[in-house]
Design a protein around this ligand. Structure first.
Ligand code: NAD
Length: 487
């Protein structure tokens, strides 16, 4: 059955969701469809007073419901019920996701939403499995480490995978007994609002999940600087991550998790399975038009297979056809905005001016809307902007190496260290390379996350601080208290 829909037929939620109800505010930000730039709705931009109202509602909900003190399995059941409702409303959620973002409706329905529901269940299951520790002490004393939620978590998410990113923040925070004030990207707020609405229907106390709409400088800063926020959990660019660190340092120190940008390499040795490697290289940069934090945007290939691999990639890249996100079957995703498309094109032009050879793509599609051709740039040196900048578009560089040492040197990036891909059949080499690669995640003979939610994700260096997913994300939503008792 086709999932195509007409964007003008979708009812869009467009107010803050605070204390379990929608709270209107004056129109301030126009939300546009990535696919064709049409104006979809105007949303409000929460100021410090509105953020304070959300934090106060969260604190009141924690007090009134005793959420943190619920029997852990009762929290688990509420989160399970929420995950079931999210799956039950997958059709509506997929439309709310696709209407504004770069996510094609079928991918949202069959991928993002189902995975998000499952990840919420994963975190729910930790609610009664992770406790504190009784520790060895000297005679006549008893010591233990208690683990407690922070209270109210302030979460901020990006536009590239709105539902998934909201799930990554809300799942572990709620399972650990916190309330949340979350600001979705001002470009993609609708699906997150719908998820919040469903949380109340699932029996999660009203006010435990609050959504404030707005931009980064006003609303985001009001969240990160609010004294009632116990911890900040952010996913977005390294630039915004730095601004958040600064604001937190200025307004009162608090812990933070930062999932930031990347410029990840995929290293292919000549002994790799060529078909599989070509598929991984293509799937590392084509989905969501490369607007993926873990995009494998730097292809680093051993000389003997470079020609064969470029041919396969060029055929794959050239086969992509753009389509609006509300069309089914899906096509190549749009760039989120015209401004971002111009930025991508600017970097490609600069790359060319600095000696890079555009061997495929290199221009916008001749198609209405902000669509950019899958682009491959060869011959770029290490200082070329296409090699150094996070482009956040369907643009990859293709660099050639001879020795393992050269591969390691090319794979390193001066600032980013989010993830890396490695393709080889030589186990010893794979293990040496895993040790040498500077990244929070290494994928070998594959590229991309799996359904193994137990694996944490997070960057090294300027790609981030702390982890999402895995047990680590649950533990990061609690703080410990050391207790010592003289008996
Ligand atoms: P962005 O940094 O522009 O915005 C992300 C969010 O932060 C938005 O909600 C925005 O309103 C808010 N924001 C912006 N400035 C802020 C400030 N000063 N204070 C508080 N909040 C602020 O990023 P984007 O363009 O929405 O998303 C793309 C970026 O996100 C890329 O760099 C990508 O790599 C990164 N990302 C990282 C991961 C990861 O897991 N590491 C996942 C997805 C996206």
């Amino acid at each position: 059955m086709s999932l195509s829909f007409a964007p003008e037929t979708i009812a869009l939620p467009k107010a803050h969701f605070i204390g379990g109800t929608y709270v209107e505010g004056p129109d301030a930000i126009e939300v546009r469809a990535a696919s064709d730039g049409r104006a979809l709705a105007a949303i409000p931009c929460a100021d410090a007073a509105m953020v304070d109202r959300a934090v106060t509602a969260a604190q009141a909900a924690l007090r009134a419901s005793g959420w943190a003190g619920w029997q852990p399995r009762a929290r688990l059941r509420a989160l399970y019920a929420w995950a079931d409702l999210i799956e039950g409303e997958a059709g509506r959620l997929a439309q709310l996701e696709a209407v504004c973002s770069s996510r094609p409706v079928r991918q949202a329905l069959e991928g993002d939403i189902r995975v998000t529901a499952e990840q919420i269940r994963f975190f729910a299951e930790l609610a009664d499995k992770e406790g504190g520790d009784l520790v060895p002490t000297g005679a006549g004393r008893m010591g233990f480490i208690a683990a407690e939620p922070y209270g109210v978590i302030g979460a901020i998410t990006p536009w590239n995978f709105p539902i998934s990113m909201a799930g990554w923040k809300l799942g572990p925070a709620l399972a650990a007994g916190n309330a949340v004030v979350l600001k979705p990207s001002e470009m993609t707020p609708f699906s997150t609002l719908c998820m919040a609405e469903l949380s109340v229907k699932a029996g999660i106390p009203a006010g435990v999940v609050n959504i404030v709409l707005g931009d980064g400088p006003m609303t985001g800063a009001a969240i990160t600087g609010h004294p009632g926020i116990g911890k900040v959990s952010f996913t977005g660019s390294t630039r915004a991550g730095s601004a958040i660190m600064e604001n937190i340092a200025r307004t009162g120190v608090k812990p933070m998790t930062l999932e930031l940008g990347g410029k990840s390499p995929q290293v292919v040795f000549a002994d790799a399975d060529l078909e599989r490697a070509a598929d991984c290289l293509a799937r590392g940069i084509l989905p969501n038009a490369g607007q993926v934090c873990v995009a494998g945007s730097r292809m680093i290939v051993q000389r003997g297979i470079a020609e064969a691999l470029t041919e396969k990639l060029m055929a794959r890249f050239a086969a992509e056809r753009p389509a609006a996100t509300w069309d089914d079957p899906a096509g190549f995703s749009p760039i989120i905005s015209e401004g971002q498309l111009n930025r991508i094109d600017g970097i490609v032009r600069a790359a060319r001016a600095q000696g890079g050879e555009v061997i495929c793509g290199g221009a916008r599609f001749d198609h209405p809307g902000s669509f950019y051709q899958p682009t491959l740039i060869a011959g770029a040196t290490e200082a070329n902007p296409a090699v150094t900048e996070e482009i956040f578009g369907p643009v990859a560089t293709f660099q050639i190496f001879d020795t393992e040492e050269e591969a390691i040197a090319l794979a390193g990036h001066p600032t980013y260290g989010l993830c890396a891909g490695l393709h080889t059949r030589d186990l010893s080499r794979a293990l040496r390379m895993i040790g040498a690669l500077q990244a929070g995640t290494v994928w070998v003979n594959r590229y991309g996350r799996s359904l193994d939610h137990i694996l944490p994700t997070g960057g090294w260096k300027s790609s981030g601080l702390g982890k999402d997913l895995g047990r680590d994300a649950f533990l990061a939503n609690r703080r410990t208290k050391s207790v010592l008792i003289d008996l």
